[in-house]
Design a protein around this ligand. Structure first.
Ligand code: SF4
Ligand code: SF4
Length: 424
């Protein structure tokens, strides 16, 4: 059974280049938000000196995780900045002293597997590790379960066009990532680790195979080059041939992506909190598209300038994320956050205006969540009927918009319906 659609990858702009580093922001803007929750206890005050890794805020409620400073320096104030979900969010503005001072300098641990499961969960919680694939869900919650975990599935699929952050990280840090998977298997008593890679990523497959031999509980599984193969439900169906109701743990499965595993490596090895990530800066309007390791809170335009800027300054458009699931941005004011995997800079197209719906049903047949996007669009103004169509199950993959011959932005209608159904 097909679990997706083949779409152009557009990965060549960045997938053969080494990861760059941008670590010179004069100011970082640390958003006081966790997932979409702004219910944060702010610890740092204006004028405070903070270290790299100091806790400046803590999420309240059940999913309580800290938010850290990504630089050492002085908190100079609090400012609202544009955020990935289209809103503005209050940020702690920290002036970088470029000293990279840490409160306690820790020696790297020789091994990664010397933690108990309880210590491991506490460590990744206190290090503020969240899913770096886009959802930003606190990672410790997946492991903090009484249910036995049988499989740790590493999502190295990265199926969205243009994005190569995970690919580049896996290419450069393959040994560290394998070591981390092996340690998690041991610490959490997990039977097997599976790394899922798209079968067309032949260089990556070759590299993983050259290191995997000594790790008897880890195997590599090649998956079809389709979109959205990296969607958790699809991937689990493809790799383990099972389905689940609401969470993979029902079938004893935990899924992490490559960047998240690397963040866990940094926590296990150095007890280092999440303060930076690899972001794909790409698109035909950038002079030098590249994956870059960036401190969280860095303004995206600074990284773009460090890459030589734009090919031209007019008629360009920005997307936070990839072209299918990303969010259009009015400009490059965006800051780098843990849930930002890509900044895409494209030519403003002469896009044709949407025309009348042809009732062709293509959006229905392509939808991986088995929804009827066209009906959801039609019933947007009839909330009583809308609920039955379950727009809340939309994963915002964008395939309905991609496939629509009438150029209707179908996904945007479904997103609106999803929002409406959430608001009740
Ligand atoms: S309705 Fe949602 S899940 Fe279905 S194709 Fe459109 S964006 Fe994807
Ligand atoms: S793909 Fe476009 S034209 Fe076809 S039914 Fe869906 S919304 Fe209408």
């Amino acid at each position: 059974m097909m679990l997706g659609t083949k779409i152009p990858g557009m990965k060549k702009l960045t997938n053969t280049k080494k990861i760059g580093i941008y670590n010179k922001p004069k100011y970082v803007y640390i958003p006081l938000i966790s997932q979409n929750d702004t219910n944060i206890t702010v610890i740092a005050k204006k004028g405070d000196y903070v270290y790299k890794g100091s806790v400046i805020g803590k999420r309240k409620g059940n999913l309580r995780i800290p938010i850290h400073s990504s630089v050492s320096g002085t908190v100079v104030g609090f400012e609202e900045r544009p955020y990935l979900n289209g809103s503005v969010v209050k940020c702690a503005k920290i002036e970088n002293d470029f000293k990279e001072k840490e409160e306690v300098k820790k020696e790297p641990h020789k091994t990664l597997n010397h933690y108990t499961k309880k210590q491991f969960i506490n460590l990744i919680k206190e290090c503020g590790i969240v899913g770096l694939g886009g959802a930003g869900f606190p990672t410790y919650v997946k492991y903090d379960t009484d249910k036995p975990i049988k499989t740790l599935l590493i999502n190295a699929v990265e199926c969205e066009p243009y994005i190569t952050a995970d690919y580049a990280l896996m290419m450069e840090k393959c040994e560290e990532i394998l070591e981390t998977i092996d340690a998690i298997l041991e610490i959490c008593h997990i039977e097997e680790g599976i790394i899922a890679v798209k079968k067309n990523n032949t260089s990556l497959i070759k590299l993983i195979n050259s290191f995997i031999g000594t790790y008897l509980k880890i195997k590599l599984v090649e998956v079809p080059n389709q979109y959205p193969m990296g969607w958790e439900r699809n991937l689990i169906k493809q790799v383990k041939h099972v389905t689940y109701q609401s969470l993979p743990i029902e079938k004893g499965i935990v899924v992490n992506n490559v960047s998240t595993i690397y963040a866990i490596y940094e926590a296990l090895k150095y007890e280092r909190p999440l303060t930076e990530r690899v972001v794909t800066f790409t698109g035909e309007m950038l002079k030098e598209p590249k994956n870059v390791l960036v401190k969280l809170g860095t303004p995206a335009h600074e990284v773009i300038e460090s890459l030589g800027g734009y090919k031209r300054n007019k008629n360009i458009r920005f997307v936070a994320g990839g072209p299918m699931m990303g969010v259009a941005e009015p400009n490059d004011d965006l800051i780098v956050t843990s849930n930002l995997n890509c900044v895409l800079v494209l030519k403003e197209g002469k896009e044709s205006l949407p025309s009348e719906c042809l009732r062709c049903g293509k959006c229905v047949s392509v939808c991986p969540a088995k929804l009827s996007p066209v009906l959801i669009k039609d019933y947007l103004k009839k909330p009583e009927r809308l609920k039955e169509l379950e727009p809340n199950r939309c994963i915002e993959c964008g395939l309905c918009t991609y496939i629509c011959p009438s150029k209707i932005l179908v996904r945007e209608f479904v997103k609106e319906a999803k929002k409406k159904s959430r608001e009740g």
